[in-house]
Structures are given as C-alpha cells and as structure tokens.
Write a protein that binds this ligand. Structure first.
Ligand SMILES: Nc1ncnc2c1ncn2[C@@H]1O[C@H](COP(=O)(O)OP(=O)(O)O)[C@@H](O)[C@H]1O
Ligand SMILES: [Mg+2]
Length: 302
C-alpha cells in the first residue's frame, strides 16, 4: 500500500492542442493538508476534475487510497467529499433541508446532519433559508455537504476564493480542525500563496500545467536566500573584488548585495572585503514570494 492517499503518474489532459495538465505526478500524504498552488489558468481545476473522475484523463493514472480510480471509481468516490467551483444548493430551503436531501440520496443516517452543521458552525442558522446566507456561510454549507458522507479525503477547489477576512479565518480554522481532530486528508487548491502558506503541510505548485514543485511547506520556505547588504567607502572597487572572487553581487548605487552560499559564506565575503572600510552591513532574507518568483521565473505572480 502506498503511503500516499492520492498518487498520480503522468496525469495529462489536453483541450484541443492546449495541454492543460502536463504529466503531473502528485504525491499527497495521508492525514495532511496539501495545498495545490497555481495562478489562474494553471490547471488546478482540470486536475481536480480528473481526481474526481468528472472528466477523463488523456494520459496517466490516478491511485486514490491505494486503488485505481479507473477500476474502482464508485467505492473510491464514496470516501471523498468535494467542493469544486462553488457550492450548489436549493436557495429556498434551509441548510438542514439541503443536507436532508443529500442524506436521502446517499442513504446516509439523518443524525449526520446535526454533526456536520455543528462542525461548520451553521447550527444557529440551520432552519433559515440558504438564499439569505453570506458567501462564507454558503461555502460552509458546501463543505458540510462534502462532509456528510464522513469522507477520509476532502478535495476543495479554491474554497477561500471571494471570502472576506472573517470568512477566510473561519474556513481556515475549519480545515485545521478537520485535519487535526478528525484526521481527514485535505487537498485544497488556491491561487493565493499566503493562504496555502498559512495552512498547508505540503505544497504542490502547478504552472502552465506542469508541477514545478512538490514537497513539505518547510522545504519551500528553506529555499530562501540570504544576501548581505553592504555599504563601503569604495563601492566600485569592492564590487569588482567580489565579482573577481566569484561572489554573486549586485550593485545598486552605493549599496552592494552579495548572495550568501555554502561556498561563498559570510567569512569568505568579509575576507574579500578586508581592504575596504565597511560603513554598513545587514542581512536580507528573501520572502516566500521571492522564492515563488524565482521558481516560476518571475513571469507570473500570484
Ligand atoms: N473545458 C475546457 N475547454 C477548453 N479549455 C479548457 C477547459 N477547461 C480548462 N481549459 C483550459 O485549461 C487551462 C487550465 O484551466 P483550469 O484547470 O481551469 O485552471 P485553474 O483552475 O488553475 O485556474 C486553461 O488554459 C483553460 O482555459
Ligand atoms: Mg480553477
């Protein structure tokens, strides 16, 4: 059995000549929150639709819970709750009424309703008609609909999109609780780096249909670079000394920015700069945004 609850190999989807999802190998560990990050049009929804068997793949395979999605579609999908591109509901019915319909359809016990309403904190509004709900409440109803079958895996496509800060906080806390208290694996997509950073244990970055990064969130954060900002009495000469010795250096007016690496550590940089009098030295650490821009080649910002 694979340690991954979702594993894809070479998963590919084309629309006409455009390759929307290009041979991606997802590895989603069980019991964690996996953030699937990418700009608009990167291929997130197309990937998710294939994971849910809503559209077919042109190439590649999907294994979920160690089983082939192609061969065991029905039994796998029974264990997945999902929300893709917004909730669907009957506006003239209450949250309770909407969930009751789903229970009937899926032949689930009606007791589940109270529990999921509680989880998504809609109990006080359970009897009100949904059309009066805020966007955040509707989104929570969508998540309640996904949870009612008590899934092992929750797949959410941009669950935070369009919510106000309070709504975002609510969904974030809900996802953390589902993961930590109920052990549900959550696969969520977003085009907002900071949202993924604040919640995900693992991150996959998709750009132009290709998975360009996949690892623990800390590994992405570790990729940050440290640079020394240095002001000396003779910036031009110091700049040339650094370049001559192989240090990656930029010069902005009087300021020199020297990248610290294993080979070019701080001791080495100061040794090169010994002939100069240093007026100011400070350390600069790149932000996650910078790391992201480096990965994606600066062309695309989130
Ligand atoms: N049904 C479709 N027909 C044609 N092109 C599509 C279709 N669905 C998605 N695409 C294209 O595939 C690419 C990825 O889209 P999508 O998966 O929706 O991206 P994301 O969810 O990351 O914003 C886009 O270029 C989009 O135009
Ligand atoms: Mg999308």
């Amino acid at each position: 059995m694979s340690e991954f609850i979702i594993e894809t190999n070479g998963l590919t989807r084309r629309f006409g000549r455009h390759v929307s999802v290009d041979h991606i190998d997802l590895r989603v560990p069980e019991g964690k929150i996996y953030g699937f990050l990418g700009a608009n049009g990167a291929g997130k929804t197309t990937t998710i639709r294939m994971l849910l068997s809503l559209i077919r793949a042109d190439e590649g395979s999907v294994q979920i819970m160690g089983r082939s999605l192609k061969r065991e579609r029905e039994s796998i999908l029974r264990n997945i709750g999902s929300l893709v591109e917004g909730p669907s509901y009957y506006g003239h019915l209450s949250a309770y009424g909407n969930l009751k319909i789903i229970c009937k359809l899926l032949e689930l016990p009606e007791e589940n309703i109270r529990e999921v309403l509680d989880t998504v904190r809609l109990t006080p509004y359970a009897k009100q008609t949904v059309k009066g709900y805020s966007l955040g409440m509707k989104q929570r109803l969508g998540i309640a609909q996904a949870l009612i079958r008590k899934p092992k895996l929750l797949i959410l496509d941009e669950p935070i999109n369009g919510l106000d800060p309070a709504g975002i906080q609510e969904i974030r806390n809900l996802m953390l609780a589902l993961s930590h208290e109920q052990g549900i694996t959550i696969f969520l997509s977003s085009h907002i780096l900071s949202e993924i950073q604040s919640i995900a244990d693992y991150v996959g970055i998709i750009q132009g249909g290709k998975l360009i990064f996949q690892d623990r969130m800390q590994e992405l954060e570790k990729r940050n670079t440290v640079r020394l900002s240095i002001i000396t009495d003779r910036p031009d000469e110091a700049y040339h000394a650094l370049i001559r010795n192989g240090a990656t250096t930029e010069k902005h007016g009087n300021e020199l920015l020297v990248t610290v690496t294993g080979r070019m550590d701080q001791g080495e940089i100061f040794r090169i700069l010994q002939p100069f009098s240093l007026q100011h030295v400070s350390e600069q650490t790149s932000s996650l945004e910078d790391i992201f821009l480096q990965l994606t080649g600066k062309g695309e910002s989130l």
